[in-house]
Design a protein around this ligand. Structure first.
Ligand code: HEM
Length: 384
């Protein structure tokens, strides 16, 4: 098959996907850095790829980085295949079930309201990301992990430093040290939180290694942070660009669940970030993939496949967004989906209630460059 280029991908991935899709739902692409891989843009083919056990995740990112030479080694559930995947996911699964998450609703509502109180007190134009979309998920996951109130400001500062378009050089090290200290303190003084549960599983039952303990905490942070921030940011942008949709949500806040689903389909936070490689030969849509080849499932392309969604380029909360794959599919389907959905539901309900006349202060805000995650670097808005 002809090899395609990724020209213009950074600037407009959707235009690139449409160009590639003319060659079929699975194409061979050479990226700007010289590496090549298969990209799946079709909806049906994406779902098939995400459930194909011959497409491995074990050490996939490491292999991609070193050109396929390295020995695959799992570090956390998203980077592993069964049986490691099953063991690691089971350890934290209970905290993320819809029922467990629903019990957090009052607390998440209080955090969201508190952040909007601060915005209202300051008055004027504000950056929705910095003031609201960023601190909300960081505070929620921080509390779940067991960060103490006294350390929360520091935790928020470190996370914000790490998950911005231009992270500070030593943010990784500082956050690593912070988490290391937190693990030590949970060893000495266990509490009823996620990290204490992981420490117990490590120390008393030997169900995960020390390295897995730290990487799992990191995974919960980075898998759940930028994504949720961008869901709130991209979703606000989609609504405010369609003032009729904003007004509709303001008048019918009970429709928020469907609105969030359409936000996930139309401009979900994850783009080309689901890397896998063939552990044995296979074919997708008749395209032969040889052992060792990399396969990227383009979630944001699949969610706009005209074969599956009528008028996919239109943001239509009253349309049919069911079956979107913004949270992936198969055994790696997002662990945090119930939490992300609840945070977004609360964020938008509170936002339309508090600022019914919210408007974009900048009609075309800057997108963060890159295609793995889709979001803005800032989203200036004005309360009226
Ligand atoms: C996996 C999307 C929020 C934790 C995934 C995957 C996607 C995704 C697409 C699968 C990746 C693949 O198959 O290669 C999202 C989106 C979110 C979000 C769009 C927000 C809107 C969260 C939150 C958490 C979280 C809030 C936890 C606090 C995880 C974990 C995995 C995962 C642990 C790995 C699951 C596994 O390997 O079994 N997410 N995520 N995510 N997500 Fe999320």
């Amino acid at each position: 098959m002809e090899e395609l280029t990724a020209e213009g991908f950074d600037v407009d991935p959707q235009a690139c996907y449409r160009r590639w899709a003319e060659h079929g739902p699975v194409v061979r692409v050479r990226f700007a850095d010289g590496r090549a891989g298969w990209v799946v843009t079709g909806y049906a083919e994406a779902r098939a790829a995400l459930t194909d056990s011959r497409l491995s995740k074990s050490g996939a990112n490491e292999r991609w980085r070193d050109g396929g030479q390295g020995r695959p080694e799992h570090t956390h559930m998203l980077d592993s295949d069964p049986p490691e995947h099953t063991r690691l996911r089971k350890l934290v699964n209970k905290a993320f079930t819809p029922g467990a998450v629903e019990r957090m609703r009052p607390r998440i509502e209080a955090i969201a309201s508190g952040l909007l109180d601060d915005v209202e007190t300051r008055g004027g134009i504000f950056d929705l990301l910095e003031s609201f979309a960023v601190p909300l998920p960081v505070t929620v996951i921080g509390e779940m992990l067991g960060v103490r109130d006294a350390d929360m400001a520091e935790f928020r500062r470190l996370c914000t430093g790490l998950f911005t378009a231009r992270p500070e050089a030593d943010s990784w090290r500082l956050l690593h040290e912070f988490l290391g200290d937190l693990v030590r303190s949970k060893r000495e003084q266990p509490a009823d939180d996620l990290l204490s549960g992981l420490v117990r599983a490590r120390d008393e039952q030997d169900r995960l290694s020390e390295r897995e303990l730290v990487t799992t905490s990191f995974l919960l942070l980075f898998a759940g942070h930028e994504t949720t921030v961008n869901l709130i940011g991209n979703g606000t942008w989609a609504l405010l660009r369609n003032p009729r949709q904003w007004a509709r949500l303001r008048d019918h806040p009970d429709e928020v669940v469907g609105v969030v689903e359409e936000m996930l389909r139309y401009d979900g936070p994850v783009g080309l970030a689901t890397l896998r490689y063939a552990s044995e030969p296979l074919s997708i849509a008749g395209v032969p993939i040889v052992e060792g080849d990399f396969v990227h499932v383009a979630i944001d392309a699949a969610n706009r496949d005209p074969q599956r969604f009528a008028e996919p380029e239109v943001f239509a909360p009253d349309g049919d967004s069911s079956g979107h794959i913004a949270f992936g599919h198969g055994i790696h389907h997002c662990l945090g989906a119930p939490l992300a959905r609840l945070e977004a539901e609360i964020a938008f309900t509170r936002l339309v209630e508090r600022f019914p006349d919210l408007r974009l202060a900048e009609p075309e805000p800057d997108r963060v460059p890159g295609f793995r995650f889709r979001g803005f670097s800032a989203l200036p808005v004005t309360p009226s």
